[in-house]
Design a binder for this molecule. Structure first.
Ligand SMILES: Cc1cn([C@H]2C[C@H](O)[C@@H](COP(=O)(O)OP(=O)(O)OP(=O)(O)O)O2)c(=O)[nH]c1=O
Length: 188
């Protein structure tokens, strides 16, 4: 058994997909980005902080896993939108171009810490203003980094991806299995 320090239903689903037994752990961390911090460092630091915070909060000594996701488009970092207007801005920028989704996953035990970063490239077709408005009206964008969900209606916007589908969704499973193997947890 491991702890999953995450509120994200997607991360829970993905961990269940690879049949890892977990208990959810509720944590809160300060997600403020440092001045000049590059996205790779930012997501990696946050994934680690979430797992460390989880380790301190965990009721037993079981390992703690956590993750963090950001979307990087034309040099800008998109987290979860603050509101509908923010979601609209992000989707306009993602329209007709490609962006990167960076997800870091971290595992912290009582004696060691490991973290892994997955970067995927996602290609969006052009979106009309009407489509963006209709998509926002579904409420799907509101709790997702970059204001979209690859696993949801936004799948119709995505021409192709290079990288990891599970990474874009919020928990790269190949990397997760690698981190778990390092601490002696085998999936199969
Ligand atoms: C790009 C993308 C993101 N997302 C989601 C995954 C994450 O839940 C969210 C990224 O926000 P995060 O801040 O990484 O995570 P979170 O606050 O939702 O959850 P946690 O408690 O683990 O900190 O965006 C999708 O579900 N599909 C997608 O295609």
């Amino acid at each position: 058994m491991i702890y999953l320090a995450s509120h994200s239903p997607r991360r829970r689903e993905l961990l269940e997909q690879i049949q890892v037994h977990y208990q959810p752990l509720a944590i809160t961390v300060d997600e403020t980005r440092y001045a000049q911090e590059i996205p790779q460092e930012y997501v990696t630091r946050l994934a680690l902080i979430k797992a460390r915070t989880g380790r301190l909060a965990a009721p037993t000594s079981a390992p703690v896993l956590s993750a963090d996701t950001v979307v990087v488009c034309q040099g800008q970092i998109f987290g979860k939108p603050l509101n509908k207007a923010d979601a609209q801005q992000m989707l306009k920028q993602l329209s007709g171009t490609s962006h990167q989704v960076m997800t870091a996953v971290a595992v912290v035990t009582t004696t060691q810490e490991s973290v892994c970063l997955n970067i995927s490239q996602v290609y969006f077709r052009s979106l009309s203003d009407q489509e963006i408005a209709a998509y926002i009206a579904t409420h799907e964008p509101l709790d997702k980094a970059g204001s979209y969900a690859i696993q949801g209606v936004a799948s119709i916007f995505i021409e192709r991806i290079e990288g990891s589908y599970s990474g874009v969704m919020g928990l790269p499973l190949y990397e997760t299995a690698g981190l778990l193997a390092k601490i002696g947890i085998k999936i199969l």
